[in-house]
Design a protein around this ligand. Structure first.
Ligand code: ATP
Ligand code: MG
Length: 410
């Protein structure tokens, strides 16, 4: 009920002519008057409406005005309705109405004095309007308090996020510096060694075999830096939406065999073996370079975080209603796994679980990999039970959906 709604008044009398007379006295366009010819009828109306005032005739057959007031007092909804009893002066006044504590009880005496009736009713109507206005203000106050609470919570959250991203940016900067510094240091040391050898005239140190080894070492350091910079470039392309996928015909098993063989030295250094399950050739139309990037990321992670055990790679076809079948590549390690509260965060950029002394990366690999999977129309998901390793699954899209191209054949 709003403050502008008319105040509702209830008049209760068994005589219709009394009701009519009273109604005419108190009605105006800001009030709504309800009539009841018995206590029962009055109670029914009170349950349906919120009254500013009930004017009760004391003398009624059946339930009289005082009995009706007693009943009103017993019910929560009607307890606080102010009452004005209409009584034949002198007689019923001896009847003390007990127990109505609200103080909102008054009397009018017959024969009714129109001015007295109007001014009493005016007082109660004004009280009702003030009460409603107060309630409205209290509600508005409560609403704005709740809104403020929500805003404050949001503000705190944003502030925390801001601080977290500032911390991450700082960590990231020092990490990048460190990650670039390491291969650069190695290269710098190498050049110093070589210039020393030259100065000393130690030419055998530059024989073809030694030179070959030097080049390989240099290439490793340079590749590490290129990878780092490429990852950062990929992230900024992904953020600006400018990374494009260039699909072409790919045979997946051949690609996997090649990657596994390329990473065999790294696997041996991590005391790991990469085990690719045998499967018939799987042809499809995907961006080979990007698929390889995802697989390399997953395998590098499995070697880094897999605790040195065997890493299994398996390819399988998954039934798909829209195109017959899709292709899924699972990379499973037997390392320490990933804690449930960290599992979705690992796909966020710069999220790294590595603690001091553990292998370091920039925390970009999985972010990039998932983005590449989704830009292909595929998915990258993970399942892990802490202590029992992790399985990363790359689900490639239906070939027909990737580009209009020849269908996959097993
Ligand atoms: N196979 C895995 N087992 C356990 N934890 C993993 C595994 N793969 C990834 N993680 C966790 O997820 C984090 C994020 O991985 P992600 O590949 O994105 O970054 P990174 O390996 O730390 O660095 P980058 O890949 O950029 O060199 C890792 O730091 C690691 O804590
Ligand atoms: Mg990684």
């Amino acid at each position: 009920m709003s403050t502008n709604d008319p105040s509702k008044l209830l008049i209760v009398d068994d005589l219709p002519e009394n009701l009519r007379a009273l109604d005419a006295l108190i009605r105006d366009d800001k009030r709504q008057v309800f009539q009841a010819s018995s206590g029962e009828e009055a109670l029914t109306l009170m349950l349906e409406h919120e009254f500013a005032l009930a004017i009760l005739d004391v003398q009624m057959p059946g339930m009289d005005g005082f009995e009706l007031a007693e009943l009103m007092r017993g019910t929560e909804r009607t307890r606080n309705i102010p009452i004005v009893f209409v009584s034949a002066a002198g007689r019923e006044l001896n009847y003390a109405f007990k127990g109505y504590e609200q103080g909102a009880v008054d009397f009018l005496y017959k024969p009714l004095d129109p001015d007295a009736v109007r001014s009493k009713v005016n007082v109660f109507v004004t009280l009702d309007q003030q009460r409603r206005e107060m309630r409205r203000q209290m509600e508005a106050l409560e609403r704005s308090r709740r809104e403020q609470e929500i805003l404050l919570r949001e503000l705190n959250k944003t502030q925390e996020e801001l601080q977290r991203s500032l911390r991450m940016r700082d960590d990231f900067m020092s990490l990048v510096a460190h990650e670039l510094r390491t291969p650069l240091n190695t290269l710098f040391l190498e050049t110093q060694m070589r210039s020393l050898q030259l100065k000393r005239g130690n030419l055998p140190a530059f024989n073809p075999e030694q030179m070959g080894n030097m080049i390989k070492r240099d290439e490793r350091q340079i590749k590490a830096m290129i990878r780092l910079i490429d990852d950062m470039l990929d992230v900024s392309r992904m953020k600006s939406g400018t990374l494009s996928i260039r699909p072409g015909k790919v045979e997946l098993m051949g690609l996997l065999e090649r990657v596994v063989s390329d990473l065999s030295l790294q696997a041996a250094a991590a005391n790991s073996t990469l085990q690719l399950a045998i499967h018939a050739p799987v042809e499809g139309v995907w961006d080979e370079f990007r698929i390889e990037q995802v697989i390399v990321n997953l395998l590098t992670n499995a070697l880094r975080y897999g605790g040195g055990g065997q890493v299994d790679i398996a390819v399988q076809r998954v039934a798909d209603a829209s195109c017959g079948s899709r292709v899924r590549i699972d990379v499973r390690d037997h390392g320490k796994g990933i804690a449930p509260d960290f599992i979705e965060r690992i796909f966020e950029p710069y999220e790294r679980g590595a603690k001091a002394g553990e292998p370091k990366g920039l925390g970009l690999g999985l972010y990039i990999s998932r983005q590449l999977a989704t830009s292909h129309g595929g998915e990258l998901t993970v399942q892990s039970v802490p202590g029992q390793g992790a399985t990363f699954s790359l689900l490639l899209p239906c070939v027909e959906l990737a580009v209009p191209a020849p269908a996959v054949s097993a």
